[in-house]
Every structure is written in structure tokens, then in C-alpha cells.
Design a protein around this ligand. Sequence first.
Ligand code: ADP
Length: 191
Amino acid sequence: MINLVLFGPPGAGKGTQADVLSKDYHLIHISTGDILREEIAASTPIGLAVKDIICKGELVPDNMVIELIRERIDKNPEANGFLFDGFPRTVPQADALDKLLVQFGRRVSAMLSLEVEVEELISRLLNRGTTSGRSDDADRAVIENRIHVYNEKTQPLIQYYKEAGKYHAINGMGGIDDITHRLKNCIDQLI
Ligand code: ADP
């Protein structure tokens, strides 16, 4: 059983890599961004509450995303493990994840941090914005705000997981397959 946090700034390639890794290691892929976008598309009360926040590139309140994660873990008692993508994004979310996993007899095995230069992030996101239909990818100011929010609120998690002895830096520059290879090398050493 292995539970991984795939970490990195917006545009680091978490979603792309999580799709491959979750299949290859038989992990349940939990992307808070995807879940929130599904809620918006279905116009649920949560979707209506978060729509403007996401459009502006701000973070959704911790209690909302924590509850969504709790539901997903609870629904999958037989899971071989989970791959968290875009979560945790704040220190309170990381604390909550640790506590939740303990309740289910699990723990975070490792945090894999995709490291990408900021200019590359912006160019990837603007490029994705031409096809993704995501308004938060189409506007340079929103992208820059997301990176700012990442630096302020999310980056401290690097220290959090370093102190827990779970932080693994992965070079996120280059081709998709090369990056997958680096991630798999790291995971294979963990299992
Ligand atoms: P990216 O990594 O490209 O920013 P995501 O799909 O992970 O894209 O997230 C899109 C948006 O959804 C974020 O900008 C934020 O508004 C919201 N979001 C996703 N995950 C979280 C989270 N764990 N906590 C708070 N907000 C979140």
C-alpha cells in the first residue's frame, strides 16, 4: 500500500503524470481541481460556491476540499493506495490529510515535488488555455495570481514534508516521458 502526494506549482504537470502513475501503480487518482470542476459543471451547491474563487485563481476554503477528500477516501476502502494531485495545498490541508489517513489505517508514503522554472509554467498554462476551456488558464493575470498563491500558501509544504522525511524533488523540465521515468525511478525505490 502506497499513498503519494504529487506536488508542484500550477502547470508543473501533476495531472498529466498522475494519469500515468495511477494506472501503472493501481492507485486511486484524486485531483481536487478535477473534482471541483465537476462540481461546477453539475452546478452543485459546492460548485456554485467555488466557481468565482477558481476563476480568480484563489484557493477554495480548506474545509471544503478536506471534506471532498474524506468522501473519496471513505468510498475506496479496498484501494491499493491513493495518488493525491493538487492536494494538500496548505499546511492545514496537510495536517488534515495526515489525520484522515490515520483514521483509515494509512499514511502518506512520500511527497513527489515536480520542480519547474516559472517561465516554463506560464508558457505551459497559456498553451493549455488555448485548448482546455479553463478560464483560469486563459488569462495571464490569473495564472500569475495562481503562482503567487502557490508561493505564499503551498510552497511551505515543501518544508512540512522535508521535516517528515517524505520530500522527494523531481526535475519537472523536459519531455513528458522523461519526467514519468524520473518519477517512476523514485517510486520504485520507495516500494
Ligand atoms: P493547477 O494545478 O493547474 O492550478 P488544479 O486543477 O489543481 O490546477 O486547480 C485548479 C483550481 O482549483 C485552483 O487554482 C484552486 O482554485 C482550486 N483548488 C484545487 N485544489 C485545491 C485545494 N487543494 N485547495 C484549495 N483550492 C484548490
